[in-house]
Design a protein. Sequence first.
Length: 445
Amino acid sequence: MNDWPILVEEKNPWWKQPEQRAARAFPAKRDVQPRVVRHIRRFEDRRALVLMGPRQVGKTTVLLQTVDDLLDAGWPAANLTYFDFSDDRLTEEVSARAIVAVEPAGLDPHHPRAFLFDEIGSALDWDRWLKQAVDARHGRFVVTDSAATLMRQKGRESGVGRWDEWWLEGLTLRELALLASPGGEPVEALRRRPELVDQYLALGGFPEIVLQAGALDAGLLLRRLREGVVEKAILRDIAREVRDPEPILALFVYLVQQSGGIWNARKRAGDLGRDERSVSQWQTLLADTLLITALPRHAQHAAASLRSRPKLYAADHGLVQAFAVAGHSDTERQGRVLETAVYRHLREVEREHAHSSGALSYYRDRRGLEADFVLELPKARIVVEVTSSRRVKKEKLERLRQVGEKVGALGLTLVYGGLVSEEVGGVRVTPAARFLLDPWRTVAP
């Protein structure tokens, strides 16, 4: 039985009742949400928008809030269409073309239509359709997906000049402060609620999890996160690609627990009792869920960087907490949590201020001298080191300065677990909370 026409009407209640709003239960908005609205209303720009990010980071909420904002701004209700192609009630694949062809009563032919599509990768021939729809100017399109492989395998060629890719990840600390105290300033919000920093580091940036801190037990919230990721991203999404996702799940758990570790396919293959090629393919599949991120090694030439082993991180530090095992070193885990959180915020700096993607790397030479992050800015190179220790060790500062000399850095930053900001011998020593609240101001030369 083909039920998708019924689902289309169900998901667009404003067609029959223009006063309906889809996201009243979610008044607080991510930083990206008003940008999505502006993109849709910029009629002279025909390009679509592809919003990518892992599951459970709020992509659906962003779309529904966008619908509400457009309705509030006077957009004709019948000219707004939302659909989720991953709805569990769909009994067969549906094409985006079929959804676009639905013309609800009251459609205004003199006003553009806007289509907001969730999990577009589940739609039939989505890339070919989106290319043709943009070229034919059939409306304004915003689509989301949780799988990077779609963009890599299908979308790159078709998407050139036809859509922009934006990323949505877990909440930054700044966003959490704004969501916790709507209308206020992040710094003031943290002054009033200093516990937000500890909650953020303990639970991560998945909105559904961290925004319930205090109302529900932290252990319960982390279990919900763990079970949701396993069920949706691993056992469902990856199961489409392989017959047996269980060994991939085992690899995922290892990578999250060792977030920030250097990838060694041969060693992992030995641990899992599988061949190296299969394990490398599994790592790629996990990266495609956008729950694992790769940090390349710093090198003077791109080819050398590609040949070296990357560091693999959990996309959100909440995953490190969710998959931690009792009895493991708490100090080591907290170090991985903070380093993973810093990396997430540096990715935000990279997108906003760096001259290109791939402007982040880690440093390690043959003698073992290393630093966590090297950030390439248009006119500066910054080295960032992370420690959860509350004390600043002279040896760590000295190694950071040595790396700075090796790479020709203009700025050196040490993010640590203490409370005092100071400059020591050319190194900016910055408390973790201050860095996470405003990473750009911390690293800007």
